[in-house]
Design a binder for this molecule. Structure first.
Ligand code: GLU
Ligand code: MG
Length: 464
């Protein structure tokens, strides 16, 4: 969205009036306007439908202090983003107004955050992603992306509602588990359909009470918006069934975690660059550059894609989380998994999947980082190393070292150090945002300095 001129405000107010009338006709009372903070938590301000045109023209007030919120709602007061003064305006995206079938009477729209003078807020992750997508488009590139959702369903123990108590007992991937929660899962699918989300698949995952849902690929901004929407729909469906949803990376200290795997394919003039080329498995030169750029910057990218202390309890070898910096064909232990699709559908199905990222990530920041890294890889004509087959953790350490298969950062502190020294991400995100992200990550590290894994998971599982 460009700077807000008087003409543009007028146009937005008119459009919002039309949308508001349609919403009222569908018994919508208010619109929830959301943004995702630096920690990865979706925050909201809501307006009655009658006020929607004003909100579209002049925004909804929200303090800049949210940039300095930690996952437990404490605030980094010493940081420039954390002071009590100032105001930002949330501008609902009028192209994304969605009736929230799961929350009767409510609609939703993701917001872009602007200053009171009508310029883009330099720490707004959605505007950042939009800008990077637009710049990428100027070069003729299109990115199609999708995030996979994994979550655990808990049946609250009345005596201890914050304990994670898996709502299922049936086997991993078991049809019996689908049967155990068939009514809830049916509602998840139908409510998402009624909220305009193109669900492609839903299934029980490995861990008790864990499920996974995948949605159709789209442009990156829409993908991130969808990540916000899907979570709220699943959460609401659970509430209606007396269930609670864990979107944190770990439901408990000793379980298989929740990934937030991101699929990406690079396109040019309608042609998927992840197949049909002369590189490994048919990846084109540009597709390879993109993938190699992501692989190269992955340690730094973890500060965006694995943003919490709990993320590093999940990111372990041999748990399908992709704890090693390597890539491979359909390899679920590689941080970057190349997916070719079946013979006959390669040209539209070929994509890379960032396995390492988890469900705590701010999806706008995660996608922005991947785009910046991949773009640098295209421009630098980066080349992928040899693909890895099998679990890299089973290789002898000397073999891993010789092949350049490094473990990814094992802590948030190591990821932040890599992030702060990454010039490509620094240039794409801007110094102010890099500084804010690093400060928030350090704030969380300090918060959990003396915490056990059990305390970390207890404090984070319900937050996202
Ligand atoms: N739950 C695993 C994770 O933490 C991923 C399982 C899968 O391969 O889908 O990423
Ligand atoms: Mg999965």
């Amino acid at each position: 969205m460009e700077n807000l001129t008087a003409e543009r405000r007028h146009h937005r107010a008119e459009r919002a009036g039309t949308i508001g009338a349609e919403l009222s006709a569908r018994d919508i009372i208010a619109v929830a306007v959301t943004w995702v903070d630096t920690s990865g938590i979706t925050r909201v301000k809501a307006v009655p439908v009658q006020r929607f045109p004003h909100a579209a023209a002049w925004g909804v007030g929200a303090a800049p202090v949210f940039d300095a919120f930690l996952l437990d709602d404490s605030i980094l007061t010493e940081h420039f983003a954390g002071g009590p003064t100032g105001d930002l305006r949330l501008y609902p995206d009028l192209d994304r107004v969605t009736v929230l079938a799961a929350l009767p009477g409510w609609a939703w729209a993701p917001a872009d955050r602007y200053t009171q003078s009508g310029t883009a807020h330099p720490r707004d992750s959605r505007l950042l992603l939009r800008r990077l997508v637009d710049e990428f488009g100027v070069d003729g590139w299109t990115l199609r992306t999708a995030i996979e959702f994994e979550w655990n369903v808990s049946r609250p123990d009345p005596g201890d509602p914050d304990r994670f108590r898996p709502a299922t007992t049936a086997p991993a991937y078991g049809m019996a588990r689908l049967g155990e929660l068939s009514g809830y899962l049916r509602d998840v699918v139908s409510l998402l359909r009624d909220s305009g989300v193109a669900v492609e698949q839903i299934h029980p995952e490995y861990e008790q009470g864990q499920f996974e849902l995948s949605v159709a690929a789209s442009d990156p901004v829409r993908t991130a918006d969808t990540a916000v929407l899907v979570r709220e729909v699943i959460r609401a469906a659970g509430t209606a069934h007396g269930l609670r949803s864990v979107f944190g990376p770990m439901a408990a200290a000793d379980v298989v975690g929740n990934g937030g795997h991101i699929h990406l394919s690079l396109w040019r003039e309608g042609v998927n660059q992840m197949s049909g080329g002369s590189g490994p498995f048919g990846i084109t030169t540009a597709g390879q550059g993109f993938a190699a750029g992501v692989l190269e910057h992955l340690p730094a990218l973890l500060a965006l894609g694995c943003p919490s202390v709990a993320s590093y309890l999940r990111l372990r070898p041999s748990a399908w989380a992709g704890a090693y910096r390597c890539w491979g064909l359909e390899n679920r232990e590689a941080a970057l998994r190349y997916i070719s699709g079946s013979v006959g559908e390669h040209e539209h199905a070929g994509n890379i999947e960032v396995k390492a990222f988890d469900s705590a990530a701010n999806p706008y920041l995660a996608l922005a980082g991947l785009l910046a890294a991949g773009r640098a890889g295209i421009h630098g004509e980066a080349v992928l190393p040899e693909p890895v087959a099998g679990d890299p953790d089973r290789l002898a350490p000397e073999t891993r070292a010789a092949r350049g298969i490094d473990p990814l950062p094992g802590s948030l502190a190591d990821a932040v150090a890599a992030f702060e020294s990454d010039a490509v991400l620094g240039a794409a995100l801007g110094a102010e945002l890099v500084d804010t992200i690093a400060a928030v990550r350090r704030g969380e590290i300090a918060l959990f300095a003396d915490a056990t894994p059990e305390q970390i998971t207890a404090a984070s599982r319900w937050r996202y």
